[in-house]
Design a protein around this ligand. Structure first.
Ligand code: SF4
Ligand code: FES
Length: 254
């Protein structure tokens, strides 16, 4: 057990943020040394304002510099630090320690369903392969009416507003039991990003994307377990979005 618990004595000074002890248990894996992942625990003294990401930083900077994880923005924007925290997919930078039960150890492991590379880092390529396959960009070959802009009303924009919020963290796709058992399934995130353009009034590629998702590994593999909706840190109603794409495919138009 590794420890970075500073001895604390005396009353808390005015304005000082109180601290508390917490045990973090991380599923570590070094491909150069380990045959199988192993659980390693760390005792820390953390502040009430700290997030899981702060605990990972403390371990990396003060106890074991070899701990590997991804993070960039640290503010819920880049989507790079999705991981399993106490069995649920969450962003480490958006999860406050005090919102977890710190009287028990906090278990942290890499996302499931994607190849494990090292510690909390998975290979995201299969995830991005599915994302790229749905052509997540505006397809419009006709000329805009005034020759300059593709106008859109606020109501037309509202239809796909929710799916513009995706940060491609993979929390949804890697929480999906169909994705775990069938690596070919496009997965929720790819469908969310297809939705973003299928329902965009300026786009002319909806049929292409609907044909792609009308595949046996497309939307029909979804079993509406709602894991994806629970996992999404952006609050996107992922299962509902998948349902909207299914309906569009059945109608033959957005
Ligand atoms: S839909 Fe939500 S959970 Fe899925 S990749 Fe986008 S932001 Fe992450
Ligand atoms: S580090 Fe960017 S979303 Fe968490």
């Amino acid at each position: 057990m590794a420890s970075a618990v500073a001895a604390k004595s005396g009353p808390i000074a005015h304005g000082e943020v109180p601290t508390f002890p917490v045990t973090i248990i991380i599923r570590r894996f070094d491909p150069e040394v380990d045959k199988e992942p192993r659980w390693v625990d760390y005792d820390l003294q953390m502040h009430g304002t700290d997030r899981v990401l702060d605990a990972l930083h403390k371990i990396k900077w003060e106890i074991d510099g070899s701990l590997a994880f991804r993070r960039s923005c640290a503010h819920g924007v880049c989507g790079s630090d999705a991981m399993r925290i106490n069995g649920k997919n969450r962003l480490a930078c958006k999860t406050l320690l005090k919102d977890l039960d710190v009287s028990k150890p906090i278990y942290i492991e890499a996302l499931k369903g994607l190849p494990l590379e090292k510690d909390l880092i998975v290979d995201m390529e299969p995830f991005f392969d599915s994302y790229r396959a749905v052509q997540p960009f505006l397809i419009a070959s006709s000329k805009p009416k005034d020759g300059k802009e593709r106008l859109q009303s606020a109501a037309q924009r509202e239809i796909f507003d929710e799916t513009t919020k995706c940060i491609l963290c993979a929390a949804c796709t890697s929480s999906c039991p169909v994705f775990w058992t069938d690596g070919q399934y496009f997965g929720p995130a790819a469908i969310v990003n297809a939705h973003r353009f299928i329902f965009d009034s300026r786009d002319e590629g909806a049929q292409v994307r609907m044909d792609i998702l009308n595949d046996k590994e497309g939307v029909w593999r979804c079993r509406t377990t709602f894991n994806c909706t629970d996992a999404c840190p952006r609050g996107i109603q992922v299962t509902k979005v998948i349902g909207e794409v299914k309906q569009a495919i059945l109608r033959g138009k957005p």
